[in-house]
Design a protein around this ligand. Structure first.
Ligand SMILES: Cc1ncc(COP(=O)(O)O)c(C=O)c1O
Length: 400
């Protein structure tokens, strides 16, 4: 291993100085100790991956007449067959999309980085939910931008507050996860979406609608994408991913973009990685062509819905008196607020002593954290394990 030369520090760019390593990733490392039953990660359940279907799809991509192409360099915008499949699915979900509207990215995380590179100057403001998805905050900060938290209620963004903060900060962008938000699982109702779309139009506010969880709905009707509402449509970049519905290891995401940003985003993607993995895209296109996606999603929804039910049914007996939590209609998380005076970060070591883990909410806040909050994920454990883990959490919180 090489040792740093005495007195020398490597030339790291100024824009990296304000960007801390994600505390959530550090907490996740702690929670991966064997014996710890973890509600901390935001992971899909591995037993629900369609391993056989994906194995067949990869074999086909490698063996058929196009194998040379699947292993070759390719176009930056992405595999045409994959873009066509994704466009069909988005159109069926109420967001009319052509393949040419899409740029395939290496996970939707890369779409965030590319948008930040294309649209943000150092010092620009970005409106974000309070709290917000941590890795989006990192992507904006890496571009030198400053996240400005928007006050939210149990549904999410308050449109009046968005409008007030636009007047105050003149932000370059609004970033929102309106459906089964990470970390809070909040979902904007239909009326609120229309109010928000009206603000976006009135303020001419460019918006990123990030939707990794919308297909994981266990109750109620699908939400209208903000990108489909006239007025907001022309100013909204819609992001999504196969990470939560197929497998995150594929690293297949996309951005659906208004025409004027297509060229700049493609240039940024060329500079980042030329294109996403050709074989992964080819196999994913084949998987989407062969799988009964509705049946696959119905299975995910059934299993995750049972897990969510098990968690929300048990929580009243687990949390200290005066705690509050939501009962989300989808997604992967339950958001908890402990009573005044309790600090979820300070209580985590006690939980780990009882071999159970969660993620404190504090790191997800762009400005002032609420120390009482924490996020629990219900997706990776069967109901009996959830009961076991929540029993440990009750013991950890007892007397807190
Ligand atoms: C809100 C949100 N956006 C984006 C991502 C990134 O997902 P991926 O890069 O796997 O598509 C996640 C992952 O958890 C997320 O929760």
């Amino acid at each position: 291993m090489s040792t740093p030369l005495p007195g020398r520090s490597a030339p790291v760019a100024a824009r990296l100085r304000g960007v801390a390593s994600s505390p959530v990733r550090e907490i996740l490392a702690l929670t991966e100790r064997s014996g710890v039953l973890s509600f901390a990660g935001g992971l899909p359940a591995p037993e629900l991956f369609d391993r056989e279907g994906l194995a067949d799809a990869f074999a086909a991509a490698l063996h058929d007449a196009h194998a040379g192409r699947s292993l070759q360099y390719s176009t930056t915008e992405g595999d045409p067959a994959l873009r066509a499949r994704v466009a069909e699915r988005l159109t069926a979900r109420g967001l009319p999309t052509g393949p040419e509207d899409l740029l395939i990215t290496s996970g939707s995380q890369q779409a965030l980085t590319l948008i930040a590179a294309v649209m943000l100057e150092p010092g620009d403001r970005v409106l974000v939910e309070d709290p917000s998805y941590l890795a989006a905050l990192q992507a904006f900060q890496l571009a030198g931008a400053v996240p400005v938290p928007v006050p939210c209620d149990g549904e999410g963004l308050l449109p009046d507050e968005v409008e007030r903060l636009v007047a105050e900060h003149r932000p370059k962008l609004l970033y929102t996860v309106p459906t089964f938000h990470n970390p809070t699982a909040r979902t904007l109702g239909e009326e609120r979406r229309r109010e928000l779309a009206a603000v976006i139009e009135r303020c001419d506010l460019w918006t990123i609608e990030d939707d990794p969880y919308g297909e994981l709905r266990y109750k109620g009707e699908p939400s209208t994408p903000i990108a489909a509402i006239p007025g907001a449509a022309e100013r909204t970049l819609a992001l999504s991913t196969l990470s939560k519905v197929a497998a995150p290891g594929l690293r297949i995401g996309w951005v659906r973009t208004p025409a004027d940003l297509r060229g700049p985003l493609t240039i940024a993607k060329q500079a980042a990685d030329l294109h996403s993995s050709t074989i992964d895209q080819a196999a994913t296109a084949r998987w989407l062509a062969g799988v009964d996606l509705d049946a696959h999603l119905a299975r995910l929804r059934h299993v995750y819905g049972e897990r969510r039910d098990a968690m929300v049914a048990a929580l009243p007996d687990v949390l200290p008196a005066g705690s509050r939590f939501n009962r989300p209609d989808g997604g992967m998380f339950v958001w908890v607020r402990l009573p005044d005076g309790l600090d979820a970060t300070a209580l985590l070591p006690r939980a780990l002593e009882h071999e159970v883990a969660y993620v404190p909410g504090a790191p997800f806040y762009a400005a002032t954290p609420d120390p009482r909050t924490l996020r629990l994920s219900f997706t990776t454990h069967a109901p009996a394990e959830i009961a076991d883990g929540l029993g440990r959490l009750r013991a950890a919180f007892a007397g807190a």
